[in-house]
Design a protein around this ligand. Sequence first.
Ligand code: 13P
Length: 255
Amino acid sequence: MPITKKYKKIVIGNWKQNPTTHEAAKNIVKHIKKTASELKKTITVLCPPFVFLQNLGKGEQPFSKGAQDVSVFESGSHTGEVSAEMLKDCEVEYTIVGHSERRKAGETDAMVASKIKALHFAGVTAVMCIGEDNRDSGGQYLDTLKNQIKHSLAGVEKKNLSHLVVAYEPVWAIGATQAMSGADVHETAIYIKKVLADLFGHEYVVKVPILYGGSVTFRNAGEIVKEGHVDGLLVGRESINPEGFNEILKVVDAL
Ligand code: 13P
């Protein structure tokens, strides 16, 4: 499901390296399905670890399937890697790239760019994560964001921007106790849009959804999306807590 006139918002659950068993994965899906099927304006995307992708079911579902990473290679001798075509074959529609936890493990902007191109070639939407480690009063973090956007999108074609989502996740707000304020999210989202427009032209980027991620709960979800003027959320911890995630979905859909 792409963002359309009808589906205006998108909430992505990044399960990270959770849960431990197939049974538990199935249980999460079971508890989210009903709420997801009742949403009027919001797309739900679930990104489990690769091994649980099949647990999300086959065919029509009230949510879209997502992955947390992808290989830069098409196929061949790359032990441990999973290709974009394999994900496509598992009915994956969205894939997270450049998450700060992967960047910490060595993923560079150049690798992110290769992954996005591999996803586009396979027809999968890339969810490109960007975010500064810290905020400084001199505004240096804005350059960090600009460089990440520029280099992670190097060689990406304008015509494929319909298959791009940008997730702004300030690293300091991930796994924290407090999310960023809606007003600060808004300011940063404007900046991200401006950088994208300077690179590709306004007409190509108006439809690129901008999401916020970092300590999102049902308590702050509404304020972040409304005051932050973003197109949705990338949720970590609360995405494996069905009750909390369902509430986030409902809050966003009611906006
Ligand atoms: P938390 O929601 O647990 O802070 O994680 C955010 C995140 O990294 C989502 O990709």
